[in-house]
Design a protein around this ligand. Structure first.
Ligand SMILES: C[S@@+](CC[C@H](N)C(=O)[O-])C[C@H]1O[C@@H](n2cnc3c(N)ncnc32)[C@H](O)[C@@H]1O
Length: 247
């Protein structure tokens, strides 16, 4: 079982008690959107939306209308059934301008950027569907310097293929036509959220085993316990990045 698979995200939604595959669940959404005024007329794009819980939360709490996209068509099918008032599309983010003609006021990503094979192409692609007045918000993992030396491994490959990296990231944004406006270190929050997450994993072990068997429980403990340890050792952290299109 891979955690970004449909079953993996189902297990995460049970542990997190909501359709979220990012740490901090609703608290993380509130933190990321704390300085963004609510506006029902805003059009937002949720990139790597998974099962759609974040899009639904933002829509129902007044931040605007949301379109969600994800490469995993099973998750998109689930999101469309679960949240019928919103639009969800299956597509690889690098192809989004071919599938969606609309331009967005606000674009956001919750723990999906780290999973993109071609992050530069993804940022270039997002620029094409962003209004000149838009803002981009990336909530994700950051390698604090040494994580890449001892990454957590899932099925023979890094569990977090491409966490953000200081320096490298700013350059990539610039090349893709984005201008960085702010970065906020939320590593202490990540530590607290992953520690709470591991407590919930143990509380919900019966449900996890019912869905994915003993293997799923072992995988969740190894991967997320490993992330918590990397955070506690100061190797991995969390960050919120805000950017605007270059004028
Ligand atoms: C950890 S999950 C986060 C899901 C969601 N943002 C949330 O917080 O619940 C990462 C998501 O990124 C999606 N993803 C990975 N690569 C992608 C790509 N190239 N284009 C679109 N989505 C992608 C995965 O299918 C997965 O749903």
């Amino acid at each position: 079982m891979r955690m970004n698979s449909f079953i993996g995200k189902k297990i995460l939604s049970i542990i997190r008690n909501g359709n979220y595959a990012h740490p901090g669940e609703e608290e993380a959404i509130e933190l990321t959107f704390r300085n963004i005024p609510k506006d029902k007329n805003r059009l937002m794009l949720d990139i790597g939306c998974g099962r759609g819980g974040t899009a639904h939360y933002l829509h129902t709490h007044g931040w605007g209308n949301v379109v969600g996209v994800d490469i995993d068509s099973e998750s998109i099918h689930y999101a469309n059934q679960q949240y019928a008032s919103l639009d969800f599309f299956a597509c690889n983010i690098v192809d989004i301008s071919k599938s969606i003609e609309r331009k967005f006021d606000l674009l956001y990503l919750f723990n999906s950027f780290y999973a993109f094979d071609n992050q530069l192409a993804a940022l270039e692609s997002l620029r094409k569907v962003a209004k000149a007045s838009s803002t981009l918000h990336i909530f994700d993992y950051i390698d604090l310097g040494d994580y890449f030396k001892e990454p957590i491994i899932e099925a023979g490959a890094p569990f977090l293929p491409h966490p953000l990296k200081n320096g490298h990231f700013e350059n990539m944004m610039g090349k893709a036509g984005w201008s960085l406006s702010k970065t906020t270190d939320i590593t202490l929050k990540y530590e607290q959220w992953y520690s709470q997450f591991m407590t919930k994993v143990h509380q919900k072990h019966k449900e996890i085993i019912e869905i994915g068997g003993e293997d799923a429980m072992e995988t969740v403990c190894r991967l997320y316990g490993g992330l918590l340890e990397s955070i506690q050792k100061g190797m991995l952290g969390g960050v919120i990045v805000e950017a605007k299109p270059k004028q």
